[in-house]
Design a protein around this ligand. Structure first.
Ligand code: NAD
Ligand code: IPM
Ligand code: MN
Length: 325
């Protein structure tokens, strides 16, 4: 087998700032892994006109795993070609359908390549604008299976079955998969209630499985109630091909360029990459412990501390060097 390769996509805003720390940590923890940087998002539009240049996509397809910073820049919010399109195309091209978003003790498994994000959309002659939510049962089945396999005995499936046709099909598929996992307790919850329950009684949840848009919204909420958006990582997994590892948060234009972003989400995404992408769970655990120690010793501004992005990264590497010496 050839040496593992990680494609690093720094992205926009705080992306390059947190990606720098991830790269330094990877060099320390996995010195045998080749790290290749490529452009995505606004940075790629500026350089090539395309948020996902062909060359970037080709490198990602060839990679063992993709480590990605957030994309997005207010400059392109009203443009026809937008940074976020590059991310959506990358997720679809790699078929990275199972988006794991752990927050505290809750794991959200978000379907990532279907639903409203990828259904038909457009403008009718009369000016009506539409986006459609579409799912095939097979798309639901594969992500629900992942959620059951990952759960610690309790799956909460979140939908809007009191309104949506897609949600009623989602429920049927969840019940069918549940019958194959007799040891897992399954519960169905409507998404509005799920938001309220997450905010007020977070501990009741083990694994939440839900469709693309609901998972997007609930994962920011879950991050907020379990310590903050700067802490939440994600892993987007396919069947076989490279996964994409990235923070849940965005490019944070309000603090970009100041060197104060919390790199925890990016570093925890690096840990998920070590585990799910490279099959190195022990290195992943060592990194997770080092990040936890740095959160104690060198908290960043969003957590009420004073450490810069670089100081936090240095604290993580110091901790890693101590425990691996
Ligand atoms: P955001 O997550 O970028 O920022 C929301 C708030 O959280 C801001 O106040 C920001 O300063 C803070 N924050 C975020 N990450 C932080 C960190 N690491 N440390 C400290 N504070 C942090 O959400 P937004 O403002 O709605 O989006 C900004 C841009 O990011 C948009 O263009 C959006 O499309 C994009 N975005 C990209 C991704 C991605 O690439 N996966 C994810 C979410 C949003
Ligand atoms: C996320 C982001 C993306 C999403 C955007 C930037 C397309 O919010 O990864 O959570 O909605 O999936
Ligand atoms: Mn989001």
């Amino acid at each position: 087998m050839s040496d593992p390769t990680v494609v690093l996509l720094p992205g926009d805003g705080v992306g390059p700032e947190v990606a720098r720390e991830a790269k330094l940590v990877l060099e320390l923890v996995a010195p045998d892994v080749a790290v290749e940087e490529r452009l995505i998002g606004a940075a790629a539009i500026r350089a090539t006109g395309d948020p996902l240049p062909e060359e970037t996509l080709a490198a990602c397809r060839e990679a063992t795993a993709v480590l990605k910073g957030p994309v997005g820049d207010p400059e392109f919010d009203a443009a026809d070609v937008r940074p976020e399109q590059g991310l959506l195309r990358l997720r679809a091209a790699l078929d990275a359908y199972a988006n794991l978003r752990p927050a505290g003790d809750v794991l959200i498994v978000r379907e990532l390549v279907g639903g409203l994000y990828f259904g038909a959309s457009g403008v009718r002659d009369d000016g009506t604008v539409f986006d459609t939510c579409e799912y095939h049962p097979d798309q639901v089945r594969r992500v629900v299976r992942r959620a059951f396999a990952l759960s610690r005995g309790h799956v909460t499936s979140v939908d809007k079955a009191n309104v949506l046709e897609t949600s009623r099909m989602w429920r049927r598929v969840v019940n069918e998969v549940a019958s194959q996992f007799p040891d897992v307790r399954v519960e169905h919850m409507l998404v509005d209630n799920a938001a309220m329950q997450l905010a007020t009684n977070t501990e009741q949840f083990d694994t939440i499985v839900t469709e693309n848009m609901f998972g997007d919204i609930l994962s920011d909420l879950a991050a907020a109630v379990t310590g903050g958006i700067g802490l939440a990582p994600s892993a987007s997994l396919a069947d076989g091909g490279p996964g994409i590892f990235e923070p849940v948060h965005g490019s944070a234009p309000d603090i970009a360029g100041r060197g104060i972003a919390n790199p925890t989400a990016m570093l925890r995404s690096t840990a998920l990459l070590l585990d799910h992408g490279l099959g190195r769970p022990e290195d992943a655990q060592a990194l997770m412990r080092a990040v936890d120690a740095a959160l104690e010793s060198a908290p960043t501004f969003d957590l009420g501390g004073t450490a810069s992005t670089a100081e936090f990264g240095a604290a993580v590497r110091e901790q890693l060097a101590l425990t691996r010496a």
